[in-house]
Design a protein around this ligand. Sequence first.
Ligand SMILES: [Zn+2]
Length: 284
Amino acid sequence: MAKFQRLAEHLQALGIMDESNCHAPAPLSLTTLMRAHDPGYVQRFIRGQLTLQEVKDIGLPWSEWLVERTLRAVSGTLLTVELALQHGLACHLAGGTHHAFPDRGAGFCIFNDLAVAAKSLVDSGQAKKVLILDCDVHQGDGTIAFFEQDPRVITVSFHCEDNYPVAKQSAGINVHVPRGTNDGEYLALLEQHVPALLQQHRPDFVLYDAGADVHIEDRLGHVHLSDAGILARDRYVIDLVMTAEVPIACVIGGGYDHDHAKVAARHGLLHQAASDVWQQRNAQ
Ligand SMILES: [Zn+2]
């Protein structure tokens, strides 16, 4: 959990984040949360009444602080969406808890911020069609389950199948990233699929999960991207979506290393890419 603070410090040190472009989310509206998630599950989590098995599936010990952090992170994704609607591009310093299902958490994910945000966008009429592009190394199984029956939200998951979760979801659009995929191969996969998907589905909003666990040194991932590869991936996606004049909200997704500074720096590649694309477009 230390990586979140490290990420903020890292971006400040790089000069990418300062008071002029940094926004703090308000407390989360539980009504918004419960429109996506089962209200009983939400209430039991907040009150600390989950069963031992439910806590075990999530993999994080319950505490009041965990409740605060979890709700704040989802609120941050909603704020990132609002800012993306205003400016065309915005990035969160957290988010991407894509293993959470409507009525249960899993794999360090309690509430699915991508699903809560996408549902809020289409229900409120702020978007007609949302495309969730999930480039975390793990399948966004929870997100897929949320929208299996909802044609307003298209889920696209680029993931390495040799990873968690063992039981994959078959709905949605799934692109297999082979074990050991390198920078060039990964970019080629994106080029092969993403422009065509944007053409075909014509979303008016994109949520991008820029998981850093595709990094070669990640503890879990099995995919071999370098820092430069992640930077190229994120630049490519953000530029492509912005060129299509579709607002894009980015979340950091997964990233695992015993060294918090290293993993924070990997997550920060997203914000570097966003900053690069932003400056390039504004210089034109
Ligand atoms: Zn992951």
